[in-house]
Design a protein around this ligand. Sequence first.
Ligand SMILES: C[S@@+](CC[C@H](N)C(=O)[O-])C[C@H]1O[C@@H](n2cnc3c(N)ncnc32)[C@H](O)[C@@H]1O
Length: 330
Amino acid sequence: MPNLADLELLTIYASSFASSAQPQPFPMQGSKRAQVPIINKLIPEDAALLIEPFCGSAAVSIGALQAKLVQGAVISDLNMDLVRLWESILDRPQELNREYAEIWAAQFNEQGEATDPRGYFNSIRERFNNATPEQRSASDFLFLLNRIVKAALRYGKGGQMNQSSDGRRTGAKPSTVSQRIQETADLMRTAAALHRDWREGLDQATSADVVYLDPPYQGTTETRDQRYVSGLAVEDFEEGLRGAIDRDLSLIVSYDALVGPATYGRPLDPRLGLLGFDVITGVSAQGTLLGRKQEAHETLYISPALVERLGGANAVIDRVATRPEALFEL
Ligand SMILES: C[S@@+](CC[C@H](N)C(=O)[O-])C[C@H]1O[C@@H](n2cnc3c(N)ncnc32)[C@H](O)[C@@H]1O
């Protein structure tokens, strides 16, 4: 087989796929929900489990389960707060919803006014941060996720959640949150959530599964302003990928954040032999702020074993090719 990395990147326009009407249990910057319709096309018909070792809000697992493309999902993340929230969503969704409703309601006075939403947010964040990692409350975390600026989860050096609240908003209503959580729990009945490093997720996968990898962006890991709990060096990521490729695992990888002409980070090593796609995800918010319309790009890579399982590179390209008239226009 020729090296798939030598093929020219095929451009895919996310906007030419119908969006996935799937539940999102909590807001999270970096959610891959918009790419689910593309990723679903890359899941083979005989896939057993969807393994998602950098799960965050697990948009891809939710999407694959909703489309009934896999029999179950194993989601995991190194961020213990997220995993504990996921455990609550999967194991005790109604209790979690009741707790959220109580936390949300306590910010209003008897007249139904929230006189100090920001102060209230800060008090919940303090309570959350003062607890030991094992004692941190999943419902406090859910409330914080529903209130933080741009749903961008940030931590300080000591592991303290330090993102501030989004203005004077009071956060999503309990009825909205409870619907999101319950729908997610129903869809994910066959899923398990684990606290572990991504490599353990890969170790567990077999060639019957599909593994979706969405590591923290290079652009955010080396900066002081960390978007995720821990950074990941690109060389370490490639080393893990190499081992998984040698074991013939079916991998789908989201990687790098390109905004117009600027690239954060570098492409993955061509020697890995991955088939790459340039996905145009929309207009970059950053570019628009500067008064220019710029496309936002992401690269999707798939492993040689998955390419073979899907019938070869041309068959894969046919699966995701879009008609020219459907293309996204700036
Ligand atoms: C780009 S986000 C994933 C977003 C996800 N695809 C979604 O739809 O919400 C990356 C995730 O990787 C997690 N992470 C960072 N380093 C990790 C590691 N070494 N092992 C496992 N998870 C890690 C972060 O906590 C974060 O949730």
